[in-house]
Design a protein around this ligand. Sequence first.
Ligand code: IVH
Length: 667
Amino acid sequence: MQTQIDDLRALIRHHERKYYIENQPEISDAEFDVLMKQLEALEAASDAPIPPDSPTQRVGGGAVLGTRIPHRNPMLSLNNSYDQQELKEFGERVRRLLEDEPTEYITELKIDGLGVSLIYENGVFTRGLTRGDGEYGEDITDNLRTIRSVPLRLTETDAEIPSVLEARGEVFIPKHRLDDINVQREAEGEPPFANPRNAAAGSLRLQDAAITASRPLDIFVYNLNYVEGIEFSTHTESLEKMKRWGLKCNPHTACHKSIEAVQNYYERWVAERDELPYETDGVVVKVNRLSQQHELGATSKYPRWAIAYKFNAQQAITTIERIDVQVGRTGVLTPVAILVPVTLAGATITNATLHNEQEIQTKDIRIGDRIVLERAGDVIPKIVEVLTADRTGNEKAFEFPDQCPVCDTPVQRTEDEVAVRCVNISCIAQLKRRIAHYASRNALQIEGLGPATIDQLVDEKLVRDVADLYDLEIEPLSKLERMGVPSARNLVHQIEQSKTAPVEKVLFGLGIFHVGETVAELLIEHFLSLDALSKATLEAIESVDGIGPQIAESVVNFFSQNQPLLDNLREAGLHCFTVAADMPRPEASAVPDSFFSGKTFVVTGSLDSMTRTEASKEIKARGGKVTSSVTSKTDYLIAGEGAGSKYAKAVELDIPILTEADFFQKL
Ligand code: IVH
């Protein structure tokens, strides 16, 4: 039986390679499934242990995430160039440093995904890491194993399989698959991913490898970073060899005798990149000869032998069909342009926020206007231009409503803010948003309570405030549209589960103005329970480190108006009303001394490798404190992508600023 098992594994590996790597399947999906079933049955019947590189072993249990592992050598980033002149300058620098030696260039597509490192020992995939801060990566082996185009075992070739091999590449999600994932996420009440890159990043960092396995992840390997015992003379040779070992490399590479010739390759892909099934954000130009790469070396950030030649931000043109006004959790009215659907950078875009009334006026945006949408990097698409020259005269100016579009209450405009608000706290739209916030992942985390369900619960008057959620019963719930008994039972179970949420999550979930996650944690660290906080005076709240007068006032206001809601939550049986006050809190002294001990941090902007909440947790676990606003008491600001006013404040107060890479290093 063992030979039969071995043969079957080899056959399946062959077909995996044909299908997932070479895109040349030799058998149908159904035939492939039959082979897999046969192998599973044989493995189950055999006493021999199943090796981890068997094709049946892609999805193990959960994923072991979070272990930081040093890269063999830094995973560098690429210097960017944006036009022909900058490309020429790169070529001149190379020529100067190589003292006019003839140089050949390789061009590749720059895949817009996530850089990873794959390590094979004696031909078997043993470890996969994220790029992390370049020095240390995060262990994502279990999740990478689920990607069918990552071979679990290298193909034997004429050359020996090296004892150690490290390949680096980019994991991505094909652009046409993003919409499917988002439809599913929205059905599950999760926010959609803005682009395929975020979808890939989110999928690679999941705790449950079975969910990663359900995402259509793919890979292109672009660099043989290390190989034991084999010498290559050019990058092209190493790519060829990697292909023979069964690693998936992008087919669109080209070789050029001069830097001038690279421009043609670039222009070809500017014209054709939309037709590729995956996102690209530029081309990568590399010196081909490895001895020359070696001679050119690297700065601390970039290799001197390669450069990214970036494409311009992706744009699309479409028409504004109408402008809707949405009412947020705190009553703010936000105008949203409803667009004729258009594909942009891998996602179908149907609307774009117009932010506020002022934005519409300054940009003179009208209903019926043709507009230019742009997505640069990771950000959500925005309207960058109104094509006023295309106007026909039929466009209509938008009149911002004087009444809430949902509850008809006259709106409030104040001089000191651009926001226009509905001040009716019983407004149905606000209630729906408050419930969604209460149920959201960082608050009470009630899975299965998505927007469609919330709409029905509120419209059918089954829920009038968040405490009513705890009275919901399976029978009436199951009568809701798209619900049924199993989903209703699950939802009731999830709601029941949420009763055990820690008090700071409940406080955050209440959606008090200015009380984000960090502030909620600070307040609970100090007052320990909702009861104590609800009785605290303005002065007592304001005296908490990191809490300003605006927050204190908002908290006092909330509790003075919402005592009945608290009583209802207590009655519903939320554990935090009974356990929080007595709960022993970890002593700061239990944490070993570190860079973070006793220092105060503010985290702002978006980080690549973790969320702000995760970053805060890491800091606290090391004895540091996290507050929400930059003051003279702040020791460090950790600034991610898109940091704004907090960054400016830190500069003004001369507070040291850490980049994500600095922060990662301190961790
Ligand atoms: S070469 C030292 N080649 O782009 C060599 N990188 O912005 C550095 N990327 O971190 C990488 N496609 O994750 C290289 N064909 C390609 C690439 C590529 C995508 C990513 C990679 C890198 C990032 C730099």
